[in-house]
Design a protein around this ligand. Structure first.
Ligand code: CDV
Length: 313
């Protein structure tokens, strides 16, 4: 008995700052329609898929900042995507910048939602690991990584949820480099982890890392998949965007860590694969059988402190 699911990563090429949200949403819809024509059941879009990767710029003006955020989801501009998904019965993961106005103070998060094939939001995740810096690094120009200025760390943990007869979870970009992300979801039985990302090729001062960005991208996702017996779908926003280069290499990875599909362009491109959620058990039931083999009494340092605890001199 197999639990098969046709999944896709909808990689996006660059989104210029001048592109309107309506134009961007029409690109998302075109990718969704291509998926539907192939029989895809769930499409993973990138992180911050409704705009350019704006944390590259220092902005002071609240109106400028707000223009990148959504106070509602679906919004007027994104409603057509939700409508089309419902018409086609295709679910999706969408990354966007969230302005949460539900409390006394507005809060900003780097968020993703899972929208079911009925066009309604089934789950929400707010990015936990925010990379970069909050100070203005003027000499970095438009290669800044100001996520710590524009967002606060997510407050929802790493929830998983049931959909498509399986257990699904979400993460966003920098989260994919951290083993904790996968393991916390692995401990809840996750079988498919959806991840959108925007990863610059260049970090000022570290040119020796440029050629490693693609390697680290797959290394992290393949390790996370294997060590937790879960499929991983990673969708990039990529290419030359507002003067900076973002990596592509969107991927669909099996619980064995094997690559099932990989994007070959730096443009809008849909890759898809039929996965069998039952294959997670090959890994979850044997080499990474947590119940049998984990020794949590030796892992407490991981949750007791964020930083390194050196041994006594
Ligand atoms: N969007 C990201 O989280 N990007 C980071 C970069 C800025 C280091 C990443 O981990 O790919």
């Amino acid at each position: 008995m197999t639990r098969s699911l046709h999944v896709a990563a909808a990689q996006m090429g660059p989104i210029p700052r001048a592109e309107s949200k309506t134009q961007t949403v029409s690109r998302l819809i075109a990718l969704l329609e291509e998926g539907a024509s192939r029989g895809v059941e769930v499409v993973v879009f990138p992180e911050l898929a409704l705009s350019t990767y704006f944390p590259r710029w220092w902005m002071d003006d609240d109106a400028d900042i707000d223009s990148f955020f959504e106070a509602q989801m679906p919004s007027e501009e994104t409603q057509p995507l939700f409508d089309r998904a419902r018409e086609l019965s295709v679910g999706f993961y969408l990354g966007y910048a969230e302005l949460d106005t539900s409390g006394p103070t507005p809060r900003r998060y780097n968020t993703s939602v899972f929208v079911g094939p009925d066009g309604t939001i089934g789950a929400k995740y707010r990015k936990v690991h925010l990379p970069g810096h909050e100070d203005h690094k003027k000499d970095w120009g438009n290669l800044q990584q100001l996520e710590k200025k524009y967002f606060e760390p997510g407050d929802l943990g790493f929830p998983v949820f049931r959909a498509y007869d399986g257990i699904l979870g979400m993460a966003i970009c920098n989260d994919r480099r951290w083993p904790e992300t996968y393991r916390v979801m692995g401990m809840q039985g996750v079988e498919l982890i959806m991840i959108g990302y925007n990863t610059p090729v260049h970090t000022p001062g570290l040119p020796q890392h440029n050629h490693l960005q693609g390697f680290w991208n797959h290394l992290s996702m393949q390790a996370g998949a294997y060590q937790n017996g879960s499929y991983v779908v990673g969708a990039a926003k990529c290419g030359h965007e507002e003067g900076g280069d973002l990596i592509g290499q969107s991927a669909i990875i099996a619980p064995t860590g094997e690559m099932m599909a990989q994007a070959v362009s730096l443009e809008d491109e849909l890759i898809s694969a039929v996965i069998d959620l039952d294959r997670c058990e090959e890994i979850k039931g044997w080499i990474f059988n947590f119940e049998k083999h984990r020794q949590p009494q030796h892992y407490s340092i991981i949750t007791e402190s964020a930083g390194v605890q050196l041994p006594p001199e």
